[in-house]
Design a protein around this ligand. Structure first.
Ligand SMILES: [Zn+2]
Length: 395
């Protein structure tokens, strides 16, 4: 059993330890120590990085064999080694992890939003809350979290037996352990946790929310703490300057009015485009009908067209508003389309059978039933010739 020194002192950056076992694991080696300063990944926190006697650790995890330090070189069993922690990486983890404690505690106690999941990533980390927050609530939550950080409240780590832990208000899952490790933020939160934590909230330094997303009904909030948050300020500043430059404005307050104007222009252009499309569809539909051959109870329209993007809409309109059957070959760039449709209720043709016969020689994407069928294949003169032949047979 490896003694986890970080359980009682998260600030230990180095220690001496004895290698109790070293075994090959694929291309790597599993190294076991009598004690360790390296946190094993879990609880949403990443594994520590560092070296054992100069050998770089590539992963740290716990499994049924014990506390595994994975490395790409062996170390002799029984040897006393020097463990060296990558402190910058660890402290970043402590800031992100403690930041999440504070964020979740404030979200639950002051904004009635419970944390359902949390994860630290190498870039932006996130928490998932059980309800969506308004922008105003998000801004207020961000402000409160930064206030708690600035208040520099002490953080305590305590160990309790199950009996001693009764009455602390811990969740039931905490009582699966014989000894329960509890992290307390003074006057804010009491939680069972095996992670690494700083001594005070002030060491988290800062919180910024960088984005939100609705994920499977829970509200994911992306955030950064500590040095990551400070670096984020400069990145945001650079992005904002680029946006101001794009709009040719000198101050950030001018950006939103410019965006609003742009949105209004876009909305108007979109409506104009829809009208133009409808007019074009109307004209295409008239042209199709003009090509129609009178078959007594319906019109048969056979056409071979090139580069007609809206032809499908024109065909739909033709069969909806008239008693007709439309069979079109359409060369569009490097593809050939067969588009076939007839008015609902007609039984004069079997469009799906024509498309299937064509695709037996030229496989592509498509299919359909007796009334409506369509396919797309790579263009070739031979494919076009067969499509025309099959369609002309329907006259
Ligand atoms: Zn924790």
């Amino acid at each position: 059993m490896t003694e986890k020194l970080y359980d009682r002192d998260a600030y230990l950056r180095e220690c001496d330890a004895v290698v109790t076992k070293c075994e090959k694991d694929g291309e790597n080696y599993k190294i076991y120590l009598d004690k360790t300063i390296f946190f094993a990944r879990g609880g949403g926190q990443l594994a520590d990085m560092g070296t054992i006697d100069g050998v770089e650790i590539i992963d740290v995890y716990e499994d049924k064999t014990g506390h595994v330090h994975l490395a790409n070189a062996p170390i002799d069993e029984g040897k006393t080694v020097k463990c060296q922690l990558d402190w910058d990486f660890r402290f970043d983890q402590m800031q992100q992890h403690m930041g999440q404690h504070i964020f979740s505690a404030v979200a639950e106690t002051e904004f009635n939003a419970k944390t359902v999941a949390a994860r630290i990533e190498h870039g932006t980390s996130h928490v998932e809350l059980d309800r969506k927050l308004t922008n105003e609530e998000m801004f207020a939550l961000n402000k409160r979290v930064n206030e708690v950080i600035a208040e520099n409240r002490p953080i305590f780590i305590n160990f309790y037996t199950k009996d001693e832990a009764q009455g602390l208000g811990l969740p039931a899952k905490a009582f699966t352990h014989e000894i329960i490790r509890v992290v307390t933020i003074e006057n804010l939160d009491v939680n069972p946790c095996g992670g690494t934590h700083p001594h005070t909230t002030g060491e988290v330094e800062k919180c910024v929310i960088t984005g939100t997303k609705d994920v499977r009904g829970v509200w994911r909030i992306y955030y950064k703490f500590g040095n990551r948050a400070k670096e984020n300020r400069f990145e945001v500043f650079e992005h904002l300057l680029a946006v101001q430059d794009f709009f040719g404005v000198q101050d950030k307050t001018e950006v939103m009015p410019e965006l609003t104007k742009l949105k209004e222009k876009y909305d108007k252009a979109f409506v104009d485009l829809q009208h133009l499309k409808a007019e074009l569809c109307e004209a295409d539909c008239k042209n199709l009908l003009a090509m129609g051959e009178d078959k007594g109870d319906h019109k048969l329209i056979i056409a071979h067209l090139e580069e007609k993007n809206l032809i499908k809409a024109a065909i739909d309109k033709a069969v909806l508003e008239n008693q007709c059957a439309v069979m079109v070959t359409n060369k569009s760039g490097e593809t050939l389309n067969l588009i076939m449709a007839m008015t609902k209720g007609m039984k004069n043709y079997n469009m799906g059978a024509v498309v299937r016969e064509f695709m037996a020689s030229f496989p592509g994407k498509g299919g359909g039933g007796p009334a409506v069928a369509q396919c797309t294949v790579p263009y070739s003169d031979e494919a076009l010739a067969l499509a025309k032949e099959l369609i002309e047979k329907q006259r």
